[in-house]
Design a protein around this ligand. Structure first.
Ligand SMILES: *[C@@H]1O[C@H](CO)[C@@H](O)[C@H](O)[C@H]1NC(C)=O
Length: 227
C-alpha cells in the first residue's frame, strides 16, 4: 500500500490506496503540472469496484496460503514428534545393570512356600537407573531387546533356584539340587520388552540361597538394541 498526497482542484487529499489506484489516478512526470489542476477521476466507483475485486482475489490467496501454512505446521509437528521419539530412544539406549543379593554379611535366603522377588541390593552398575535395588525390579525404559543373566548359589541338601519373570510371566528357571556341597546355577534370556515391562528374579518355591561377601548371587541386564 502507498500513501500519496494528491491535489484535487484546490483541495489536498490524502489517499491510501493499492498500486492499482496509482495506475488509475497517477500521471506521468511530464503531466504533473497540469494534472494537479485536474479534478479527481469521475470513475472512482469503478476504481473501488476494481479494488474490491482485487481484495477478493488477495483474500482468496491469503486463504490458500493460510491453508498451506496450516498443512506445513501439521507436517512440522508430526516430524517433531518423530524426532523427539528418536531422540528419546537415543538418550535411553544406554541401559545396563549388575547387582548381587546382599549388600553386606553372610546370610541364607529361603526357603519359602511361595515365590518371592529377590531384591539384589548391592548394585555395582546401574546405567540408566532402570533397575530398582529396593524392589529388585527392572523396568524397561525403552522398547527393545534386553539380555538378562542370573546366577544363584546354595548349599546342597536344599535346592537353589530362581525364575526370571517378565511382568507375571514365568520365562526361564535356573535350578540345581544335589545331596551335599555348594551348588551353583545360572541361566540367561533375551527378551523383547515394551516400555514399562518389568523383569525380576523370584526365588523358586522351597529353594534356598547362600550369599556372602563373595557375592555369589547376581542379576544383570543389558539393552542390546532398541526397536
Ligand atoms: C550356607 O549358609 C549356611 C549358613 O550360613 C552355612 O552353614 C553353609 O555352609 C553355607 N553353604 C555354602 C555352600 O556356602
Amino acid at each position: 500500500m502507498t500513501v500519496i498526497q494528491q491535489l484535487c482542484g484546490d483541495r489536498m487529499k490524502i489517499i491510501m490506496f493499492f498500486p492499482l489506484l496509482l495506475l488509475v489516478c497517477s500521471v506521468s512526470a511530464t503531466e504533473t503540472e497540469t494534472a494537479v489542476q485536474q479534478p479527481c477521476p469521475q470513475d472512482i466507483h469503478a476504481v473501488l469496484r476494481e479494488l474490491t475485486a482485487s481484495l477478493a482475489v488477495q483474500n482468496e490467496r491469503i486463504t490458500v496460503l493460510q491453508k498451506e501454512n496450516q498443512e506445513q505446521a501439521a507436517k512440522l509437528e508430526s516430524q517433531k514428534i518423530e524426532t523427539d521419539k528418536l531422540m528419546q530412544q537415543l538418550q535411553v539406549k544406554q541401559v545396563a545393570f549388575s547387582a548381587s543379593l546382599l549388600d553386606q554379611g553372610s546370610r541364607e535366603t529361603g526357603p519359602f512356600n511361595t515365590e518371592i522377588t529377590l531384591v539384589f541390593k548391592r548394585v555395582v552398575t546401574n546405567i540408566g537407573n532402570a533397575y530398582n535395588p529396593h524392589t529388585g525390579i527392572f523396568t524397561a525404559p525403552v522398547r527393545g531387546v534386553y539380555h538378562f543373566v542370573w546366577s544363584l548359589y546354595g548349599d546342597g541338601n536344599i535346592a537353589a533356584g530362581g525364575v526370571l519373570f517378565r511382568n507375571g510371566e514365568h520365562i526361564f528357571i535356573a535350578y540345581e539340587h544335589q545331596t551335599s556341597g555348594g551348588v551353583s546355577t545360572s541361566n540367561g534370556a533375551s527378551l523383547l520388552l515394551e516400555v514399562g515391562d518389568q523383569v525380576s528374579v523370584r526365588l523358586f518355591v522351597g529353594a534356598r540361597l547362600n550369599d556372602s561377601q563373595n557375592h555369589h548371587n547376581t542379576f544383570s541386564g543389558h539393552l542390546i538394541f532398541p526397536m
